[in-house]
Design a protein around this ligand. Structure first.
Ligand SMILES: *Cc1c(COP(=O)(O)O)cnc(C)c1O
Length: 232
């Protein structure tokens, strides 16, 4: 088992590097976030032992339990799922990067937690690129207003954008969405220079290579490492 997770991670890393080189990027610009939602702790351990250092979870409670069991390992945890304001305090304490900022209200709460914890809370703004009602994230026109609203916050570090584009069977068909996220980032960074927005969190198991070709700095990969998730 251990070797299988290790082999899969090796393969994903090799593909990340190849995708980066295809477009003249330094492979070190792309960080792998291993998505461990629903994955048991023993298997997460195998991934850590194979060299993974960034782990992504989409629920605060599930992550909290796992973090407690794996706290002796030098890894950091990213929240990639939707965050409700009433769970923002534990989220601010547990996660090194929150990929799912989607309102000024949540931003204000995280900023307050940053003040009381005495450190910056690092976040990405989640964009609902396809405007799909079933998905969280803000719509594109709301990005710059949100960034302006956040300028007063002293303990919130907005470092980039995240998106989960609409599913397309052919990953090549997702490319326009990734490209759109990068353009949106470039425009927003120009409109609101307080935030350089260096990160683009985009790409999952079936399309991360395309996302890297379009500028991803964080890819969130679950099933390609851990195989199919059990149906809950
Ligand atoms: C589950 C999940 C992923 C990983 O998806 P895979 O297809 O298993 O790679 C990435 N991002 C988010 C937000 C997720 O919820």
């Amino acid at each position: 088992m251990t070797d299988r997770v290790r082999d899969r991670i090796e393969r994903v890393r090799r593909r990340i590097a190849e995708a980066a080189r295809r477009v003249g990027r330094d492979p070190d610009e792309v960080e792998l976030v291993a998505v461990t939602k629903t994955v048991p702790v023993a298997r997460i351990r195998e991934a850590i032992e194979a060299g993974v250092t960034l782990l992504g979870e989409n629920r605060v409670q599930e992550a909290s339990d796992k973090i407690a069991l794996l706290n002796s390992f030098p890894v950091s945890w990213h929240l990639i799922g939707h965050l409700q304001t009433n769970k923002s305090r534990p989220a601010a304490e547990l996660f090194e990067l929150i990929h799912s900022l989607d309102s000024a209200k949540l931003a204000a709460a995280l900023d307050r937690h940053g003040v009381s914890l005495g450190r910056q809370i690092r976040v990405l703004v989640e964009i609902n690129l396809g405007g799909e009602p079933s998905k969280t994230g803000i719509l594109e026109p709301d990005l710059v207003p949100l960034l302006y609203a956040c300028r007063a916050f002293t303990h919130l570090a907005i470092e980039g954008l995240m998106a989960i584009p609409p599913f397309r069977r052919n990953p090549e068909d997702v490319r326009p969405f990734f490209r759109k996220l990068r353009l949106l980032r470039d425009q927003a960074a120009t409109a609101c220079p307080d935030y350089p927005l260096r990160h683009l969190s985009m790409g999952m198991s079936h399309d991360y290579e395309i996302a890297i070709e379009e500028g991803a700095t964080l890819v969130r990969v679950g099933t390609a490492i851990f195989e199919a998730r059990p149906v809950l």
